[in-house]
Design a protein around this ligand. Structure first.
Ligand code: AVJ
Length: 319
């Protein structure tokens, strides 16, 4: 009866166990960055002069909300994967409401705090129905709760960049399978740009991104009773040319052993060894078109910011 002798492990504990037990590259999944402190640190990242991504996303939505609503056609409800605060979404909701009237808006997020802020930010523009769930669960919810008219599903901020590139086609297949002919999908994706600019965006001299990265170990200390010495790990950024992605790592400065109470287990780190914490894939416009085609979407339009190469791609489910 193993259930009597072993406490049930949280998802975080289970994933840390498998990620740090790997014989080759150790890893901790990037979804664990976003506890309250991590979310606040990410919010701070969006203000960094070196991190142009979020501002480009917002600039595009603000500038092109109205042509975007025209290109989408009549939409009666909007769903959003990983809505965060909903600040960017306001532009789209405003334009849709102006052109087509009343709207239902379902933000889908794992953070109850983010959903509460989002509801407050958007309730003057739509009938807001928040859903607390991860992306995959949230998509299941969409097909059950949708109203009769066409749906616009939003996936903004280049969150797609955190998915393994080889997994993206099957992810988009399941997005497509959730939707109906005539529905729309708006994907925000960061584009490949010069390497120096991309590296600086993830390695700011202020150290905010380093703090964001290290906080994943702090979170393990707080939630799992681990004893990571945060001062003995450093933030490391790599551009992986072959995979076209920025990788974040935490580099162990010395040989050390870390104890994790929730797992009742120790893990050894060698000096110079890293824990891989995130991949942020960067895309080309051609690649986005291929993704659309292979998942059975018809590309409607793409808006690109030329100050910081970022794309908003609007796709329609073919009838
Ligand atoms: C929120 C996933 C888009 O990958 O650029 C920012 C997270 N990581 N700085 C990204 C992040 C380091 C961000 N996304």
């Amino acid at each position: 009866m193993p259930s009597l002798s072993r406490p049930v492990l949280s998802g975080f504990a289970r994933d840390i166990l498998s990620g740090l037990s790997k014989t080759g590259q150790k890893e901790i999944h990037s979804k664990y960055f976003y506890d309250d402190l991590g979310s606040a640190l990410f919010e701070a990242i969006t203000f960094l002069p070196e991190y142009g991504l979020t501002r480009a996303d917002e600039r595009l939505l603000q500038t092109y909300a109205s042509p975007l609503a025209s290109a989408a056609g009549q939409v009666t409800s909007v769903f959003e994967l990983g809505s965060g605060s909903g600040k960017k979404t306001r532009y789209i909701l405003e334009a849709l409401r102006e052109q087509y009237g009343a709207l239902i808006y379902s933000p889908i997020d794992v953070s109850a705090a983010a959903l509460a802020v989002c509801e407050k930010e958007t309730s003057d523009l739509a009938d807001v129905r928040p859903v607390r769930a991860d992306w995959i669960e949230g998509l299941g919810n969409l097909s059950q709760t949708r109203s009769s008219g066409p749906v616009l599903l939003l996936f903004l901020g280049s969150s797609i960049g955190n998915l393994e590139r080889s997994y993206i086609p099957s992810f988009l297949d399941s997005v497509r399978a959730t939707l109906k002919p005539g529905d729309l999908f708006l994907l925000g994706a960061d584009l490949v740009k010069d390497v120096e600019t991309m590296l600086a965006a993830y390695d700011d001299p202020t150290g905010v991104t380093a703090a964001f990265n290290l906080n994943i170990l702090g979170r393990a200390n707080r939630e799992l009773g681990a004893d990571f010495d945060l001062r003995s790990f450093t933030h490391e950024i790599r551009w992986n040319t072959k995979e076209r992605r920025i990788e974040m790592h935490l580099l162990s400065g010395r040989n050390q052993t870390v104890f994790i109470a929730a797992l009742d287990k120790t893990f050894d780190f060698e000096a110079g060894e890293t824990i891989w914490t995130e991949s942020s894939h960067k895309f080309s416009e051609a690649e986005l078109l291929d993704f659309a085609g292979s998942a059975g979407f018809a590309p409607v339009h793409v808006w690109v910011d030329h100050e910081w190469r970022f794309a908003e791609a609007l796709w329609k489910v073919e009838a």
